[in-house]
Design a protein around this ligand. Sequence first.
Ligand SMILES: [Zn+2]
Length: 372
Amino acid sequence: MKPTFKLFRVAGITIGVHYTWIFAVIFFSWTLAAVYFPAGYPGWSTAMYWITGIGGALLIFVSVLLHEMAHSLVANARGIPVHSITLFILGGASNLDDEPQKPASEFAMAIVGPVTSLILGAIFYGLTYLPIDNTTPQFAIIGYLAIINIYLGIFNLLPGFPMDGGRVLRSLIWGATNNLSRATNIAAVVGQVFGWAFIALGVFLMISVNFVDGLWIAFIGWFLNSSADASRKEVALRERLSHVKVRELMRENVATIKPETTVQDMVTNIFEKQHGRAVPVCHDGKLAGIATITDVKKVPQVKWATTPVSKIMTSDPLYTVAPEDNLNKAMMLIARNDVNQVVISDQGKCGGLLSRGDIIRLIQMHNELGIR
Ligand SMILES: [Zn+2]
């Protein structure tokens, strides 16, 4: 999931929020300020309920962020680069460049998130025993963070893929059977069962107890169910693409461009005359970046003639694959980062692209011919 707004960088990881996150902050602020805190801590002013409510809602996401940071740091340590973490309406997502190659890596990466949340929960729970007046906003926030982090830890340990517990389950089955597809299928089916259970529980609560809480739980159930289904399909597709090398599909002799070329020249000579929507930027035969139609849109047309390509090109992050990589790696990079192509990096040599369209055409052709 690509962030809509980028906030800051920690340890080389960009932290951002998806626009849906804003709805969650509003929802949690309102729930805390109008329902939860007034019920547990009577007698504050309305302003105090709202300040504490908004603070509490933001701290939920700090808790989620710490949980995701734990996943990302272990992933990085295990050789799987993480470029960004996105906070969205239902929590957080670490955007991994690749899937773990060993069951032990997946186990470590998955379990560390819930463990972090449970430790945070225990720390906040311990803080409630400090001599703080238990009617104050400070005490309310500490108590609330204890509950939220313990909840985050337990909820994420549910053994349905793609939740952390589902990944733990998958790693265990994968380790025992040495069969990743089968392990994914089992963990995803468990994930879908949990999804349906949450939907049923949510609908029941909507009718009988509290409409808003029920709706929220049903929504989480729907999300779990569809993510489990999507993950299963993604793994099946990856399995198929893992038998094809990037070399077999990449376009090798695409036009390239120098960083000092103007945007106008690039539009006239590359985008208008050739069919591509992207061009590798090469400096002394080495890959410097990629320039796409989207990049061109960043500068107004009157400035095209005076702006060098180096000013608009994308160079960080630059998603690259090697000819010997499997196609599934390229597909993952494209899908996870929501880009249209990856650049071929052949020992630093410049000039080669593989686009989303190239991969989709291969899949369609395989489907049509019944190739598995
Ligand atoms: Zn997690």
